[in-house]
Design a protein around this ligand. Structure first.
Ligand code: FES
Length: 259
């Protein structure tokens, strides 16, 4: 049976994603649960292991909900110090805090300089002529929302063209499964597979989206997105004739990177 949540006063989220695991996060979990049990805090403290919390530079990372506090470098040696505070509101392990609700600045273990976004550049395109374009980073968490937004919400005025199936009309459905997006197109009764995640040694790697280009033509009458992979070049094209704010939105939301 699961823990009786009516008795829980604190919940501790412990990251066991890749970077935290490398810093022995599993040992920290074991040590934390042991220390809570020994301190009689087991009943009223719920511990939850998570995947990456997006704070890898602070690994191993923990978040304690009652103090609204994020902790860095929570190795097994620091666990006892944390538990000795009895996890009471207001009592906290200050040396390991890196953010707490209300702070104006974080205090990470490592300062990572944010990458700036790529810039617009004029280029010659064999089909479209001179275009002003910007690179969108083809990471999985950028590519999937981009596909979903473009093909399920911004489809009015959209011309969609795929290397394999040619022109496609109408609204599509986009779904995610195991590192791939599937664009289902009812008008043609087809499903287009877009590989977003593939390990370098795998057969799928050459099919992984390696570049996403957002562009507008010199006369500014057309703008769009081109998705390419290493094997086939541009596999998917999305073109619009009117922006209605979409161009700015795509640049701000997808071409900018924060870390
Ligand atoms: S793996 Fe723990 S914060 Fe990223």
């Amino acid at each position: 049976m699961g823990k009786d949540l009516t008795k829980v006063r604190n919940t501790i989220f412990i990251c066991t994603g890749g970077s935290c695991k490398k810093q022995a996060a599993e040992d920290s979990v074991r040590e934390l649960r042991c220390a809570l049990k020994m301190a009689g805090l087991h009943e009223n403290t719920h511990t939850i292991k998570t995947l990456c919390m997006g704070q890898c530079e602070n690994a191993p990372v923990m978040f304690v909900d009652n103090n609204n506090t994020w902790y860095k470098k929570m190795t097994k040696d620091t666990i006892e110090d944390l538990v000795s505070m009895k996890l009471e509101v207001g009592k906290t392990l200050e040396s390991n805090e890196f953010y707490k609700k209300g702070w104006k600045e974080m205090q990470p273990a490592k300062i990572i300089t944010p990458k700036t976004r790529s810039e617009l550049q004029w280029q010659d395109d064999a089909v479209l002529g001179r275009v002003n374009s910007i690179r969108i980073y083809p990471w999985e968490f950028n590519t999937y929302p981009l596909l979903k937004e473009c093909f399920t919400q911004r489809w009015e005025g959209l011309s969609l063209f795929t290397k394999k199936h040619g022109a496609i009309e109408g609204k599509c459905h986009v779904e995610y499964s195991e590192g791939k997006a599937f664009i289902h197109c009812p008008s043609k009764d087809i499903s287009i597979e877009i590989v977003m995640k593939a390990v370098r040694e795998s057969e799928e790697f050459p099919h992984k989206i390696s570049e996403i280009k957002l562009f507008h033509t010199e006369d500014e009458k057309q703008f769009g997105l081109h998705f390419s992979n290493l094997k086939e070049g541009v596999v998917l094209q999305a073109h619009w004739e009117k922006s209605n704010g979409l161009w700015e939105h795509l640049i701000n939301n997808y071409a900018r990177i924060s870390s």
